[in-house]
Design a protein around this ligand. Structure first.
Ligand SMILES: [Zn+2]
Ligand SMILES: [Zn+2]
Length: 192
């Protein structure tokens, strides 16, 4: 029984790393992972990946845990700031985060955590370092402040909401010029 689709899904990388052996070592060389087609095991409505995550991730043993560094890239589908049309945006993220173990790798005993520890950077009791949540948060930070479907996007009409790139509406521009508004305010003040 061969099923191409499910096979492809199984071959997808997830951003989880077993760090049991590395936690037992005293320092040692960083482990490097080439990420070619990683996927996120969830779907955020406002986080649409048009391409798998790719890049290089390095895991380095430190005194307190595992330092993760690296760069990941993907393509996001984001709405145009002016007209909300979907736009493909290539994004790149620098990752630098220290993960600490929940349990002692030798004794298996629970390690005490400081009260302000971020649960997303804790290594599981099965010694799995899950980078998913860190990457998810980085994907939001990596988004540019302004996204335009085209440089001269006309945006949505503020009155009828129609996309002015597609239709020419008959709304009249009745916005009050801010300088005129200032003059009106001054005039009202003087006649008081
Ligand atoms: Zn636009
Ligand atoms: Zn209009």
């Amino acid at each position: 029984m061969s099923n191409q689709a499910s096979k492809a899904t199984l071959n997808k990388q997830v951003l989880e790393f077993n760090v049991a052996q590395q936690l037992k070592q005293q320092g040692g060389a960083p482990r490097a992972f080439v990420i070619e087609d990683a996927v996120l095991p969830f779907m955020d409505a406002d986080l649409v990946l048009l391409a798998p995550l790719s890049g290089l991730i390095k895991l380095i043993k430190t005194d307190t845990g595992i330092l993760v560094t690296g760069t990941l890239s993907t393509v996001l589908e984001l709405p145009c700031t002016r007209c909300l049309a979907p736009v493909s945006v290539a994004v790149s993220m620098e990752i630098e985060e220290t993960f600490t173990p929940r349990v002692d790798i030798v004794t298996g005993g629970k390690l005490s955590q400081s009260p302000d520890v971020d649960a997303t950077t804790l290594i599981s009791e099965q010694h799995i370092l899950d980078l998913t949540e860190v990457v998810r948060q980085s994907l939001y930070l990596a988004q540019p402040a302004q996204i335009l479907c085209k440089e001269d996007c006309l945006g949505l009409c503020p009155q009828c909401g129609k996309n002015r790139n597609q239709v020419q509406c008959n709304c009249t521009e009745e916005t009050i010029d801010s300088r005129w508004a200032d003059l009106l305010a001054l005039k009202n003040k003087m006649t008081d």
